[in-house]
Design a binder for this molecule. Structure first.
Ligand code: KIV
Length: 275
């Protein structure tokens, strides 16, 4: 069944957990979609896991459009949410609407996600008014890595917890359909989840959010640069894939591949006619 923003509202009303994973291309979108996921995020985490950058800051709108289109082609049922990259929405409200529109018009996504709370509420309102569903993102917001001074758990003091709650409410009031809460103590995420009418999607925020999201490279053990504490590896994919690649290299060197079953029949009489 096709998932929409209504799926998110229904799940919260019924107390059913929502599931989200990232995807960045057609083949993985098909796999993730086929697993029955509610929503696929074309995350700007592609800056890390696809482009090998230390952060997400250099990801551009063109790159996001390119990957969103690939993912939407591979998706039949999941809601495709595309990340708005750094400086694609912070500069002005009109620019935010225009860029959000590109992710739907050119990328064929169904919704956009942007980072921040109160300060981006005017952008969220304007994008929603342009009939583009918006997902918020609070807590650890990787586009603010330089201002935050590193990848750290957020919301550990009364002051920061109050700010997180105010930001979450501002996002809801601006019309967002859901909000990601990243790297926040579980009891703080639970409090926010109880206070909001829209669903919360946690990553490193405990089990009491309305849903969970992970970057699939982390879940499959494909990204070896670093592994956050909140990641559960469901597969040692990196090791399995490396082993397959090593086997290919050695079989070619040893002339074990390709055997006749992996090729075509010899052309009849061709060589006789040529020579
Ligand atoms: O870019 C991304 O993958 C994200 C998730 C980690 C929530 O924003």
């Amino acid at each position: 069944m096709k998932k929409t923003v209504a799926t998110f509202a229904d799940a919260k009303a019924k107390g059913e957990k929502l599931t989200m994973l990232t995807a960045y291309d057609y083949s993985f979108a098909r796999l993730v979609d086929g697993a029955g996921i509610d929503s696929i995020l074309v995350g700007d985490s592609l800056g890390n896991v696809i482009m090998g950058l230390p952060d997400t800051l250099s990801v551009t709108m063109d790159v996001m459009v390119h990957h969103t289109l690939a993912v939407s082609r591979g998706t039949k049922e999941a809601l495709v949410v595309a990340d708005m990259p750094f400086l694609s929405y912070q500069v002005s409200v009109p620019k935010a609407v225009e860029n959000a529109g590109r992710l739907l018009k050119e990328g064929r996504g169904h919704a956009v996600k942007l980072e921040g709370g109160k300060v981006v509420a005017p952008q969220i309102r304007a994008i929603v008014d342009a009939s583009i569903p918006v997902m918020g993102h609070i807590g650890l917001t990787p586009q603010s890595i330089n201002a935050m001074g590193g990848f750290k758990v957020q919301g550990k003091s009364n002051e920061t917890i109050t700010k997180l709650l105010e930001d979450a409410k501002a996002i809801e009031e601006a019309g967002a359909f859901a909000v990601v809460i990243e790297c926040v103590p579980p009891n703080v995420a639970e409090l926010i989840t109880k206070e909001l009418k829209i669903p919360t999607i946690g990553i490193g925020a405990g089990k009491n959010c309305d849903g969970q999201i992970l970057v699939y490279h982390d879940l499959l053990g494909l990204f070896e640069d670093f592994c956050p504490k909140f990641v559960k590896k469901y597969l040692e994919g990196g090791k399995l894939i490396s082993e397959a690649f090593r086997q290919f290299v050695s079989e070619v060197k040893e002339e074990k591949f390709p055997t006749p079953e992996y090729g075509f029949q010899d052309a009849p009489d061709v060589l006789d006619k040529l020579y």
